[in-house]
Design a protein around this ligand. Structure first.
Ligand SMILES: [Zn+2]
Length: 407
C-alpha cells in the first residue's frame, strides 16, 4: 500500500482528512515546511517535531546537485540521511530547473540545464526525475512537469500542458517499473526493531507494517491561467489514476485574484477521495482561503524565508523585528502565540539579535513563523472537525492582516 486517505469531515468545500503514508500519519489540511537541501533552514529536526510538523518537503533539483542522489541512496534515503522519521515529499525538480538554472534546451525528451552552483551541464527527463526521487525515497513524489511561465498565450499554455501530460504518463510508467528500488524498502524488520529503540527514533510516529509500502506518485495539473485548460488537464490526469493530485504553475507572478480563480476552476475536477496539493503558496490568509476552496496540502518558503529577513507573522498582522520601535519592547512577538520563542524572548532581544546579525536571530524567527503557520493550520482543521469553519474563515478574512497588500 502507498497511501490511504480518508475524509473525516467536510464543511462547504473545506475538508479534514487523514492520510497514512509509509512513514506515518498526516492529518489534513496540512502545511508542509520546506526543507530544500535536507534541512528546514535554521531549524533542527527535533524542534520541527516539537512544532508538530507532520510532513516536510525536499527539493529534488537542489538535492540532485548537492549532495547527489546516489550518495543519499547509499546512505539509506533522505529519511535516514537527515534523521527524519516522519513523512516527506519531494518535488519533481521541474520548477527549479525552469526558475533557477540557466536553461539550455527543452525537448520532448527532457531538459538540458546548467547548475546555478557551478555552471555544469545536466539533463532531467521524467525518467531521470523518477530515478532521483525513488533514490531520495520521500513518501510522496511528483511527476515531472513543465511549469508554464506567466504570462503565457493560450496556445503556448496548451502546448506546455500537453507536454506535462505526456511527461506525467512517462513518469508513471517509469515509477511503476522501478518503485521497488526505494532504499527504505530494503530495511529488514530486524533493523527496524533496532532503529525504533534508538534515541533518534520516534516509535509512535512509525508504522512497521508500512515499511514494506511504496511511495505515492502524484500528478500535477498545469494549464497556465486558463480555467478550461486546467479542467482538461485535471480530467486527463485523473484518467491516468494517480493516488493524489497537485495544482502547479501558480504563484508565478500572477495577481492573487487570478490564483484563486484558477484554483477554484481546478479543484472541482479532482476526485473527492484523493488528496489535493496546492504547490508553493502562500501567506497565512491565503492558506486559510485555499482550504476553503477544498485544498488539503500546501507548502511555501515564505515563513522560513521571511523569518531570515526579520519578517514575522502574528495574529495582529506582520511585524518587522528590525524596527527601532521594538528596541525597548519587552513583550513577545505575538501575545497570542504559545511557541517557545514567544514564551521566553522579548521583541527587544530579538531585534538586538537581528541587528547584530547573530545566527540565533534566524533560528528563533524561523521557529516562531513555522509555529504560527502550523498552529493556524491546526486551528483550521479543528474548526472543520467542529463544523465551525465558515465562522473561522470569515473572522480570519475580516482581519485581513497577513495578506499580500500589507507586505
Ligand atoms: Zn511565537
Amino acid at each position: 500500500m502507498s497511501l490511504n486517505f480518508q475524509l473525516e469531515a467536510q464543511e462547504g468545500l473545506a475538508r479534514a482528512g487523514r492520510m497514512v503514508l509509509p512513514h506515518g500519519l498526516v492529518e489534513t489540511p496540512v502545511f508542509m515546511p520546506v526543507g530544500t537541501v535536507a534541512t528546514v533552514k535554521a531549524v533542527p529536526q527535533d524542534v520541527l517535531e516539537e512544532l508538530g510538523a507532520q510532513i516536510i518537503l525536499g527539493n529534488t533539483y537542489h538535492l540532485y546537485l548537492r549532495p547527489g542522489y546516489e550518495q543519499v541512496r547509499i546512505l539509506g534515503g533522505l529519511h535516514r540521511f537527515m534523521s527524519w522519521d516522519r513523512p516527506m515529499l519531494t518535488d519533481s525538480g521541474g520548477f527549479q530547473v525552469f526558475s533557477l538554472s540557466d536553461l539550455r534546451k527543452l525537448t520532448e525528451d527532457g531538459v538540458t540545464f546548467r547548475s546555478h552552483l557551478d555552471g555544469s551541464s545536466h539533463f532531467f527527463s521524467p525518467e531521470r526525475s523518477m530515478e532521483i526521487q525513488i533514490a531520495l525515497g520521500a513518501d510522496i513524489i511528483m511527476a515531472f512537469d513543465e511549469c508554464t511561465e506567466h504570462p503565457a498565450e493560450r496556445s503556448r499554455a496548451k502546448q506546455s500542458m500537453e507536454l506535462t501530460l505526456r511527461w506525467a504518463s512517462r513518469s508513471k510508467t517509469y515509477f511503476e517499473e522501478h518503485k521497488a528500488e526505494v532504499p527504505w524498502r530494503k530495511v529488514s524488520s530486524f533493523e527496524f526493531q533496532v532503529s525504533t529503540e534508538s534515541k533518534h527514533c520516534h516509535p509512535e510516529t512509525r508504522n512497521p507494517k508500512l515499511e514494506t509500502g511504496v511511495q505515492s506518485l502524484f500528478g500535477i495539473v498545469q494549464g497556465g491561467m486558463y480555467p478550461d485548460l486546467r479542467k482538461e488537464c485535471a480530467e486527463r490526469l485523473v484518467e491516468m489514476n494517480f493516488p493524489g493530485y497537485a495544482i502547479g504553475g501558480l504563484s508565478v507572478g500572477e495577481p492573487r485574484d487570478l490564483t484563486y480563480e484558477v484554483v477554484n476552476a481546478t479543484v472541482p475536477h479532482l476526485p473527492q477521495n484523493k488528496p489535493r496539493y496546492l504547490m508553493g503558496v502562500g501567506t497565512p490568509d491565503e492558506i486559510v482561503e485555499y482550504v476553503a476552496q477544498g485544498v488539503d496540502m500546501m507548502d511555501c518558503v515564505l515563513p522560513t524565508r521571511a523569518a531570515r529577513h526579520g519578517l514575522l507573522f502574528t495574529s495582529h498582522g506582520k511585524l518587522n523585528i528590525k524596527g527601532a520601535r521594538y528596541a525597548l519592547d519587552e513583550g513577545p512577538i505575538d501575545p497570542n502565540c504559545g511557541c517557545k520563542v514567544c514564551s521566553r524572548y522579548s521583541r527587544a532581544y530579538l531585534r538586538h539579535l537581528y541587528a547584530a546579525n547573530e545566527l540565533l536571530a534566524q533560528v528563533l524567527n524561523t521557529i516562531h513563523n513555522l509555529a504560527f503557520y502550523l498552529d493556524t493550520m491546526r486551528a483550521v482543521r479543528q474548526s472543520i472537525l467542529l463544523g465551525d469553519f465558515s465562522r473561522f474563515h470569515s473572522e480570519f478574512r475580516s482581519r485581513g492582516l497577513n495578506s499580500p497588500a500589507h507586505t
